[in-house]
Structures are given as structure tokens and as C-alpha cells.
Design a binder for this molecule. Structure first.
Ligand code: PRP
Ligand code: GLN
Length: 508
């Protein structure tokens, strides 16, 4: 067996000292002074001989920036199998520039924006993960999270594989490489490796022979296929359709749960690598993570979120003067609420577009008043008004508490809050690094207690039934573990213990 080493990139990246956070690895229980909202990684890939694949990948990642802001990377493949790659800590626009992109030549590009879930936020863990095999280099970009990383890593270590990162994603790449080195071709090797992976994985994989798009049997994280406009058989893979729009690619379809698509010069071939798929798309993708201009189930998430707001208004109206949304993701639901009630929608909070989602607040005072760096209330809109504020979710409750105080300081006479999803009571293990359960305010507090804690005159969440009605899809088609604790993929004991209050909750 050939020992696995990461490919040395021919566009060298110096180690970065300013990682957004220094997270302790796997199964640890760290506490950060970082405002780190929930995100999920972004993957993008393009197979387009004759096109500038690095630029296309760059723009695709640009559209997927909201999914991960810790590091970014691109690997490109030449026809002869040579690979160029560059990855670093930071936003896509910080990691790449024109001259850097010009060096990333080839027919095929694989890109990633990272929000770490397994493995700390350090450059060594940035993706795509690169592995050398008997058949050449493999580049893998992963959105999701394995729940059997510890076992998989141990198995690979027992087989003398050289693990150089602490991510679950590298283990998938190395497991494929191991199968290749044992004599299999790319497809057999990948399918063999996926049998060993449990958890969420939407993958874009580059090889010298072609490109793969893959989803786990539950399809927990999204992955779509597009075609370059006017250039059929030039295929694109992206976490969301907004990644296709930005480069003028046409949406073809989703990669299905348990499916592998293999894209080569011959076109696109589909393989159902798992025979018992059971669709469980993360419902929080639709409620919050994905961009509102992305399309899922044939409509924009903007329209879907407005419908959540209308349903919320039906369930929990309030006697107020104006309705405001918490930028950005609370706004469509606030507009829906306003449409359903006829109460005027107004912009009461202005967001500083240049403050990223992942944001280290440098001093205690700034942390305390941190919300002002991101959201500033409009005094003349709020003064003397009874305000109803709509947001998509409350996770820890810190954002809401600070915003409510800011609205009162700006002259609001009453502040009511409505949330366009049910209470988040359980952490995610499938690609969103939600806090431990005891940090989730709704896991330990009643609605009345939360109301008092965040200081609103009234608080109501969208009911579970209301969410399903607005979603209009079979509830069994979604993973909604963050609301119910019903995890569709069993979680290993140590992982459970790391995040769940098992004794108190007893649901899993
Ligand atoms: O209860 P908390 O733990 O404070 O977090 C919840 C807040 O975080 C998210 O917004 P985010 O800051 O990601 O902004 P966005 O809507 O622009 O994505 C979400 O929309 C809530 O406003
Ligand atoms: N948020 C994600 O999808 C993360 C992918 C992978 N588990 C990592 O930590 O790099």
C-alpha cells in the first residue's frame, strides 16, 4: 500500500496565525469568546475543459461564502492529472486574487468554504483535502459531518495510513485512496469507502479521470447539479443554486440521497451507490442556512420563508404598530407576517454588511455591546412605536437579548418577538457546530422564561404543525433533530456525551 500524503500544493500557502478561532479537536468541550453563528460548509465544483475553471470556482465559492467563513480553497486538475491548489484561512476574497487564480489552470475545479465541525479551524484542516493515490491525486470538498470519525480514523491508522489533519473529510479522502491502492478504480474505490462512512456527507471530488458529486443516503446536506449556459456537458456541482446563478449555469437537478454522479468527457453518469436511501434534508437549511435566493423544492427560500411568516402571523398575532425583521435571515418571514396581518413592515435595524458571520470580538465591553457592531437600530423608525420583531430562530438567545435592548434604547415602547421556527432544543451532529445542549436556551428554559430573559413583552415560536403546513412536504423527508431530538443517524456514545444532556433530556 502506498502511504498517503497530502499533495504539496504548487502555490504555497504560508501558515496563517490569525485563525478565527482555535478550536480544540474532536469530542472536546471548548468554550470560546467567539460569536460563531451556525453555518454549514459550501462546496462547488466545475468540469469545463477550455473554460477558466479557477475563476468559475472562485465565483461559485463567492456565492456560497455564507456557508463557511473560516477558510477557503480551490484545487484544479490538468488533463494530464497534475494538480494545482491553494487554500488559506479567511474569506474567499481574502484567500484569492487574480494572480493566484491565474496559476490554478486546468479542466476541472473543486472548491470549498469551511465552517469547521470536526477538526480545529486551522490551515492544515482547510479543504479541499488532497490525497495521493496509485491513480493520481484526489481532491475532496465536504459539506456535512461524520458521526463515526473516531472509528474511521482508527481503522485508517491501523492500516498504516498517514493522517495529517484532524478532519473527518480527510478520512473520507484517505479511505477512498486506500481502496484505489488496493486495486480498485475510482468509482469502486469511492463506493467502497462510502460504505464505511456514517453521517452527513455531500461531496465534490476531483480525480485525474473526472469529477464526482455524492450525497449520503439521507441527503442531509444539499448538493445540486447545473450545466454551463450554452455549453452542455460542462457540468457544475454546488451546495445551493445561488452557486449556479452567479456563473450563469442552469439548474438541472439535485444529486439524490445515496447517489453518485460521475462527470467525465463522456458526460454525466449516475450510480445509486446506496440501495436504501431515506431522504432527510436538514430543515434548518430551508429555514436559515441557505441563501434566500436559492431554490429548493421548486421555489426560492425567500418565498418559503415568507410563508413561514404568514403561518406564524395566523398562529400568534400581536397588536403592534410596525413589524421589523432581524437582518438578514429574519426578513422574509417578517414580510410574510406583515402581509398576513396588514401591519406595516419597516426596516428597524440596519446591518453592517462588512461584519462577517464569524466574528471575534476583541474586548469584553465590545462583546457585551457586540450587536451594535453588526446591527444598528433606526431611531426615527422605532421611536414611540410598538414593535414586533421577527427572526428565524433563537439559538443561545444572546443576539435577541441585545437587539431587544437596542430597540428599547432607540425608543420602542413595546417589543414583541415572533420566531418563524419551533424552539431549537437539540444540537446538530451532521454539519453544523451548534453549541452543547445546555447552551441552547430552549433546551433548558420555557417560553415564558425565555421571554423574561431576552426582555420582550411577548414571545411566540411557530408551532411544529405550522412549520410542517408551511413547508407542505412530508415531514418524514426532513431531518428536524434540532427541534425534536429524533436523530435519523445514530450518534456514537462519546459524541452524544460531548454535546447532549443525556440524563435530563432522555430523548435519544
Ligand atoms: O440566539 P443566538 O445564538 O444569538 O443566534 C440566533 C441568531 O443568529 C442568526 O443570525 P446571524 O447572526 O447568523 O445573522 P444572519 O441572519 O444575517 O445570518 C439567527 O438568524 C438569529 O438572529
Ligand atoms: N460544516 C461542514 O460541512 C464541515 C465539513 C467538515 N466536517 C469539516 O469540519 O471540515
Amino acid at each position: 500500500m502506498i502511504p498517503k500524503h497530502p499533495v504539496s500544493s504548487d502555490v504555497p500557502s504560508p501558515p496563517s496565525e490569525n485563525s478565527p478561532r482555535d478550536r480544540i479537536d474532536l469530542l472536546s468541550n471548548p468554550s470560546f469568546e467567539v460569536d460563531k453563528p451556525e453555518e454549514a460548509c459550501g462546496v462547488f465544483a466545475v468540469y469545463a475543459p477550455g473554460e477558466d475553471v479557477a475563476k468559475l470556482t472562485y465565483f461559485g465559492l463567492y456565492a456560497l461564502q455564507h456557508r463557511g467563513q473560516e477558510s477557503a480553497g480551490i484545487a484544479t486538475f490538468e488533463k494530464d492529472g497534475r494538480v494545482h491548489s491553494h487554500k488559506d484561512m479567511g474569506l474567499v476574497s481574502q484567500v484569492f486574487n487574480e494572480s493566484m487564480l491565474a496559476k490554478l489552470t486546468g479542466n476541472l475545479g473543486i472548491g470549498h468554504t469551511r465552517y469547521s465541525t470536526t477538526g480545529s479551524s486551522r490551515i492544515v484542516n482547510a479543504q479541499p483535502a488532497l490525497v495521493e493515490t496509485r491513480l493520481g491525486t484526489l481532491a475532496l470538498a465536504h459539506n456535512g459531518n461524520l458521526v463515526n470519525t473516531a472509528e474511521l480514523r482508527q481503522e485508517l491508522l491501523d492500516r498504516n495510513c498517514n493522517l495529517v489533519t484532524t478532519t473527518d473529510s480527510e478520512s473520507i479522502a484517505i479511505a477512498i485512496g486506500l481502496e484505489v491502492d488496493n486495486g480498485k478504480d475510482w468509482l469502486e474505490a469511492a463506493i467502497g469507502a462510502f460504505q464505511k462512512c456514517r453521517g452527513a456527507f455531500s461531496l465534490a471530488i476531483g480525480t485525474p479521470a473526472g469529477m464526482m458529486g455524492v450525497r449520503d443516503p439521507h441527503g442531509i446536506r444539499p448538493l445540486v447539479i447545473g450545466e454551463l449556459e450554452g455549453n452542455p456537458s460542462r457540468y457544475v456541482l454546488a451546495s445551493e443554486t445561488c452557486g449556479l446563478d452567479i456563473i450563469g449555469a442552469r439548474y438541472l437537478r439535485d444529486v439524490q440521497p445515496g447517489e453518485l454522479v460521475w462527470i467525465t468527457d463522456e458526460g454525466l453518469a449516475s450510480f445509486q451507490w446506496n440501495r436504501e436511501p431515506s431522504r432527510k434534508l436538514c430543515i434548518f437549511e430551508m429555514i436559515y442556512f441557505a441563501r434566500p435566493d436559492s431554490v429548493m423544492h421548486d421555489e426560492s427560500l425567500y418565498s418559503y420563508r415568507m410563508r413561514l411568516g404568514r403561518q406564524l402571523a395566523e398562529e400568534s398575532p400581536a397588536d403592534v404598530d410596525i413589524i421589523i425583521g432581524v437582518p438578514d435571515s429574519g426578513i422574509p418571514a417578517a414580510i410574510g407576517f406583515s402581509q398576513a396581518t396588514g401591519i406595516r413592515y419597516a426596516e428597524g435595524l440596519i446591518k453592517n454588511r462588512y461584519v462577517g458571520r464569524t466574528f471575534i470580538q476583541p474586548t469584553q465591553t465590545m462583546r457585551e455591546s457586540g450587536i451594535r457592531m453588526k446591527l444598528n437600530p433606526l431611531k426615527d423608525v422605532l421611536q414611540g412605536q410598538r414593535v414586533l420583531m421577527v427572526d428565524d430562530s433563537i439559538v443561545r438567545g444572546t443576539t435577541s437579548r441585545k437587539i431587544v435592548q437596542a430597540l428599547r434604547d432607540a425608543g420602542a415602547t413595546e417589543v414583541h418577538m415572533r420566531i418563524s421556527s419551533p424552539p431549537v432544543t437539540h444540537p446538530c451532529f451532521y454539519g453544523i457546530d451548534t453549541d452543547n445542549q445546555d447552551q441552547l436556551i430552549a433546551a433548558t428554559q420555557s417560553v415564558e422564561q425565555i421571554e423574561a430573559k431576552i426582555g420582550v413583552d411577548s414571545l411566540a415560536y411557530l408551532s411544529w404543525e405550522g412549520m410542517l403546513k408551511a413547508t407542505g412536504e412530508d415531514p418524514t423527508q426532513f431531518c428536524s433533530a434540532c427541534f425534536t431530538g429524533d436523530y435519523p443517524i445514530a450518534i456514537a456514545e462519546p459524541l452524544k456525551r460531548s454535546k447532549l444532556m443525556l440524563e435530563k433530556v432522555g430523548k435519544v
